[in-house]
Each structure stands twice: as C-alpha cells, then as structure tokens.
Design a protein around this ligand. Structure first.
Ligand code: GAR
Length: 210
C-alpha cells in the first residue's frame, strides 16, 4: 500500500472527494495516511479528522519564505513516509528542493484546461474570473505531475466543463469541481498507486488496460 499524503490550505472539497473515493474502494494500491495543512484554520483538517485520518499543520505564516517553508514540509513528508504527495487546493508554490526529492511523485489538481489559465497568479477563484473575462465556452480541470515550472508538469487527466450564460466565478468554480475535479483527482491518484502512469519525454501516459 502506498502512503498518500494530501496537502491542503482551505475548504478541502478535493480532499473530501479523495476520502469518499477511498471509502468506496476506488483508490486501489494506496491509502491516505496523513493530511498536512499550511493553514491552521483550514476546514480540510476537520474533514480529515471526521474520516479518522491524522492531520498535521505546517503553518506558512511561521516561515519567512517558500524555500524555508518547503524545507520544513520536506522533513514532515519524510517522517510520514510519503510515497505520493497530492496537492488538493494547496496554495503555496513549492521550492525545487521538494520537487526534486519527490520527482514524478507529486500530483496537483488545477481548475482549468492547462495550458489555458495557468501559471503564476492563476489559483482558486482567479482562474474562473479569468476564464469568464476571456469568454471561453469550455473550461475544465487538469491533474498533472508537479515539476519546477508552475502548472507545467506532465498532464495525467483532463476533463472539459461547459461555461454557461450568467455564470459567476463562484458558480463556474462549483461546476468545475463537481463535474471535473472531484472525478479526475481520485482517478489519477488511483492510477498512480496502481503503477499505471508512465512518463516518457516529459509526457505522462496512462495504461488504460489496468
Ligand atoms: C480547487 O478548485 C483547486 O483546483 C484549486 O483551488 C480549489 C481548492 O478547493 N487549486 C488551485 O488553484 C491550485 N493552483 P478545495 O480546497 O475545496 O479542494
């Protein structure tokens, strides 16, 4: 069983989707063994507690920069024997020390179809604001491996979601979560834990035969 450690900063609906998928037996070959929050008040910690999963806090506020924060996080991840790190609404850009230590073992969910609406400054609700500003008719979500380029790592799964007339950023965010993120994140985590993902020349390939 691979140890899955989920990193969160806020509400944790993606964490909840992972917990629910685990309860349904849909995460094969892995188990969520720890949830780490950058924010002591994150509701995600409550979700972990309710599911009986140990929660830890590594508060971003206590460190002067992302580099020293990442070093502290790395020590905790090693203590937890993480095999897979899942960024589920984790709002901090990781320093390269952690990315190198866990090369191709960190997965992120992003609320747009990469390479659209991604990179520095594109996180949370801002992503949907930008999509609405542009007037795109389709958006969606992407699950990808994390490398040193922000939102630039190998793409594992994507799912498109329609933009509708009258959408607000909040309405669109909710639809993207419900129709895309909450499905493709648990799927990608299970694929990883079942060793069904391969990276060749910077691209991820899925073994659909299983
Ligand atoms: C999600 O939409 C996630 O894709 C996004 O923040 C939200 C967190 O919600 N993440 C990013 O923008 C990271 N670049 P949650 O805490 O309810 O899972």
């Amino acid at each position: 069983m691979k140890h899955i450690v989920v990193l969160v900063s806020g509400g944790g609906t993606n964490l909840q989707a992972l917990i629910d998928a685990q309860h349904r037996g849909e995460i094969k070959g892995g188990e969520i063994t720890c949830v780490i929050s950058s924010n002591p008040d994150a509701y995600a910690l409550e979700r972990a507690k309710n599911a009986g999963i140990p929660g830890r806090v590594v508060p971003r506020k206590e460190y002067p920069d992302n580099k020293t924060y990442t070093e502290a996080l790395l020590a905790v991840l090693q203590e937890e024997h993480a095999d897979l790190i899942v960024l589920a609404g984790f709002m901090i850009i990781l320093d390269k020390s952690l990315i190198q230590a866990y090369e191709n073992r960190i997965i992120n969910v992003h609320p747009a179809l990469i390479p659209s609406f991604c990179g520095d400054g594109f996180y949370g609700l801002h992503v949907h604001e930008k999509a609405l500003e542009k007037g795109v008719k389709l958006t969606g979500a992407t699950v990808h491996f994390v490398n040193e380029i922000c939102d630039g790592g190998p793409i594992i799964l994507q799912k498109a979601v329609a933009v509708e007339n009258g959408d607000t950023p909040e309405i669109l965010q909710r639809r993207v979560m419900e129709q895309a993120e909450w499905h493709i994140l648990p799927q990608a985590v299970s694929l990883f834990c079942e060793d069904r993902l391969t990276i060749v020349d910077g691209r991820a390939y899925v073994d659909y035969q299983g």
